[in-house]
Design a protein around this ligand. Structure first.
Ligand code: NDP
Ligand code: X2W
Length: 349
């Protein structure tokens, strides 16, 4: 390919933005041409992130859509909730492709967004344009898109773990319970009481119980897959580690199924997809086994006593849960192999 796709990153001073910068360095067909900050335009990326000494476009630009249009073809938005709903329509109007990492365009019902995010929702016409970028479930829609709403980190791990079993009619969805744990980088770079060292270290806590904004996103997809309304009990926990999400999903089985049958079902469902790895019988995944990579690893345990299945799925929240999945979506949008620039082996130990 002679000319590379030009990329702008809004929110490049945050964790999602900086992870996009790290990953895009090794993309063969894309190059970063603008890094953008709403609060520090004119300063240098390396002031906040000295590990990025080699970045060529290191002076931060402003969020101005016309400036970005001159410099880029595609914009990643890695901004807090409530920002992309205003910026994305402006970038789309300039003819830019947009991939939003926030929750602003995932929930198609404005009232549901406002209930869970407690912010004004995006306009309905913009919501209708945005394709929910869970490629392993909605692949063909992603390949036709110019505007992608990247899934949330917890929904990515949870949905990839549950969807094949639900679609095959193997689980009673009214019994679904999901227990999810995240490393602290999931909360972004900003300091807060709940995430500073002495609150987090040697500690393990549940948060946003029955109030997490990812509950309606998980229910939206599971309801589409089941063809009827699905509700879940979903509890998030903060773990004193930097990266990683582990989701444990429990459900009653509707029929006798062995672990080997589940493995075969999932391998079939994800055939041709590069980033979901199904573990062999008796092996359950851990967060370190996907650290720094775009993989989602899934393992099963069936309990014949309770007739329940336990599904464990793990991702790196900043890669498959955010920047890596966003680049995977960019690759699919552009008609490229989904693995371009993402063929990392997890960092271990
Ligand atoms: N961290 C994670 O694991 C994941 C995060 N996400 C989502 O991705 C988005 C980014 O998350 P993350 O990088 O962790 O968050 P951070 O808090 O680390 O960074 C967000 C960045 O957004 C920029 N920003 C803030 N306000 C505005 C504004 N009004 N206009 C433009 N830019 C603004 C800030 O940069 P500046 O002040 O320089 O403009 C800031 O650096 C969030 O919506 C988050 O929920 C999704 C999946 C996983
Ligand atoms: C550890 C931690 O605090 N994680 C965040 C993830 C937030 C996020 O990614 O939010 P959106 O997907 O809605 O943009 C949380 O649980 O709220």
């Amino acid at each position: 390919m002679s000319t590379k796709l030009k990329i702008a990153i809004v929110g490049s001073t945050g964790y999602g933005g900086v992870e996009l910068m790290r990953l895009l360095q090794s993309h063969p067909y894309a190059e970063i041409t603008s890094v953008i900050s709403s609060s520090s335009a004119g300063s240098r990326v390396t002031e906040g992130y000295p590990h990025l000494q080699h970045i060529r476009e290191e002076v931060l630009d402003d969020v101005d859509p016309q400036l970005i249009k001159q410099k880029a073809d595609l914009v990643f938005l890695a901004t807090p909730a409530g920002v992309a709903s205003k910026l994305a329509p402006q970038y789309l109007a300039e003819g830019l492709k947009v991939i939003d990492l926030s929750g602003d365009f995932r929930l198609k019902d404005r009232a549901v967004y406002e209930q869970w995010y407690r912010k004004p929702a995006a306009e309905q016409a913009d919501l209708d344009q945005a394709i929910f970028g869970l490629a392993e479930v909605y692949g063909s829609q992603v390949s036709d898109a110019a505007f992608i709403s990247n899934p949330g980190c917890f929904p990515t791990a949870t949905l990839l773990g549950i969807v094949p079993a639900l679609q095959a009619g193997l689980i009673d969805h009214s019994t679904l319970i999901v227990d999810a744990k995240s490393g602290v980088s999931g909360a972004g770079r900003g300091a807060s009481l709940g995430t500073h060292y002495s609150e987090l270290n040697e500690n393990f806590k549940a948060y946003k119980v029955n109030q997490h904004q990812h509950i309606p996103e998980i229910e939206m997809v599971l309801s589409q897959v089941a063809g009827e309304q699905v509700t879940v009990t979903f509890t998030t926990h903060l773990v004193p580690m930097t990266r990683g999400i582990l989701a444990t999903s429990y459900a009653k089985l509707k029929q006798d199924v062995t672990e080997q049958q589940l493995i075969e079902l999932y391998e079939q469902y994800y055939a041709g997809r590069s980033f979901v790895r199904i573990r062999p019988q008796g092996q359950l995944p851990a967060t370190k086994e996907v650290w720094g990579s775009n993989y989602c690893d899934i393992g099963f345990s069936v309990d014949p006593r309770t007739k329940r299945v336990t599904i464990i799925s793990v991702i790196d929240n900043l890669v498959k849960g955010a920047a890596g999945q966003a680049i995977q979506n960019m690759n699919i949008m552009m008609g490229w192999d989904e693995t371009l620039g993402l063929q990392f082996v997890p960092v271990y130990p």
